[in-house]
Design a protein around this ligand. Structure first.
Ligand SMILES: *Cc1c(COP(=O)(O)O)cnc(C)c1O
Length: 372
């Protein structure tokens, strides 16, 4: 039987929460209060509880969450921030936005996350922070990163955009560094109906500063203590997110179940390497990312068979045209480059059925049989 399997189908999730969401949106439309307010405060308190971090401050996007968190950490002109070259663009552009310089350290081939053993050699007098990314929903090696940061008096800002609810040794991401930056982009595990983001912090003073930062540096209306940003979360988004929060834990579990199903079906298929989940992690599978040396041909085959799949990410950041000024060249980060050539993300959204997973895996097996 022919099937079409999308990479992500948000309509299935919407169907499930439609009545609740429409009632809430209607209520806000009647009230006509859209910027910050009670809905945002409610979400901030829910997220801080969920992320086991004392404070959470809503902002306009995950990108802004990174920029404001870096700014809060005092990152600016001439500073260096160590991060991974294998991530979404915004991790690195946020560093450059503040006039600081991104310094890359290669990744580990199993988790795709920054290799803590490669961080120390990158530290200079200008290094101010480490920005680990919990890529695809799996936490980076936070103990090692924390040890290096403490030894060298560096801040840690966690890029949790793909990893809300993900755990490292039982601790929620975003609660380990000095700040955690989260995204509510619709394709994340907790997605809004548009852009949105949030920052988790442990200190009350930091939360206060962020709340002023997102309001043009105001503490009192129209009195600007410093030059801040216009970066707020909408009431409409916060209300949708609060509804989704109730189901988030179940959705993570469904994604994890899909990962186990894929692992069973894909066992021994061609040269496929299935995702590795470290035993100290709770992976939330924002992406289910396999590796294959025949990735491009496999992707073309899946495209032809109407199976949604995508390459996150085809070009590591050190080889992007816009970062040529940093002076990196091909071969500088072999693991990141190899990953970029081999990764392929498959459908893993919660509402996917076992039949669909079986179909996707069956097509992958068929590809490798035909390839022999
Ligand atoms: C999505 C994402 C961001 C940016 O979030 P936006 O809400 O799209 O601005 C940053 N870093 C990573 C790793 C992401 O996946």
């Amino acid at each position: 039987m022919e099937m079409k399997v999308p990479l992500l189908d948000l309509k299935r999730q919407y169907k499930y929460i439609k009545t609740e969401v429409q009632a809430k949106l209607n209520e806000i439309c009647e009230a006509q209060t859209f910027i910050l307010g009670a809905h945002v405060e409610k979400l901030e308190s829910e997220i801080s509880k969920y992320c086991e971090t004392p404070y959470a401050v809503g902002v306009a996007s995950g990108t802004d969450a990174l920029i404001l968190a870096l700014d809060l950490a005092g990152i600016g002109q001439g500073d260096e921030v160590i991060t991974t070259p294998f991530t979404f663009f915004a991790t690195v552009s946020a560093i450059t936005r503040l006039g600081a310089k991104p310094v890359f350290a290669d990744i580990k081939p199993d988790t795709f996350n920054i290799d803590a053993d490669r961080i120390e050699e990158k530290i200079t007098k200008k290094t101010k922070a480490i920005l680990p990314v919990h890529l695809f929903g799996q936490a980076a090696d936070m103990d090692f990163i924390t040890e290096i940061a403490e030894k060298n008096s560096l801040k840690i800002i966690e890029d949790c955009a793909q990893a809300i609810g993900s755990k490292y040794k039982g601790r929620k991401v975003g609660s380990i560094g000095s700040a955690g930056a989260f995204s509510f982009f619709p394709s994340k595990n907790l997605g809004a109906f548009g852009d949105g983001g949030i920052i988790t912090v442990r200190e009350e003073g930091d939360a206060k500063k962020l709340k002023s930062m997102r309001m043009h540096g105001e503490s009192v209306k129209y009195y600007h203590d410093f030059i801040g940003y216009n970066s707020r979360l909408d009431a409409l988004q916060a209300a949708v997110l609060s509804i989704k929060m109730k189901y988030l834990g179940n959705w993570h579990e469904q994604r994890r179940e899909h990962a186990r199903t894929y692992a069973k079906f894909l066992d021994g298929a061609g040269d496929i390497v299935i995702p590795y989940e470290s035993s100290v992690n709770y992976h939330i599978y924002n992406q289910y990312t396999i590796r294959s040396g025949r990735r491009d041909a496999l992707k073309a085959f899946l495209d032809d068979n109407k199976i949604g799949c995508a390459i996150y990410y085809p070009v590591p950041l050190h080889l992007q045209k816009c970062f040529a000024y940093l002076g990196y060249k091909k071969g500088d980060f072999p693991e990141a480059e190899k990953a970029a050539a081999e990764v392929l993300s498959l459908p893993v959204f919660p509402e996917l059925t076992e039949d669909e997973i079986g179909y996707v895996a069956g097509k992958i097996i068929e590809f490798f049989k035909g390839a022999k």
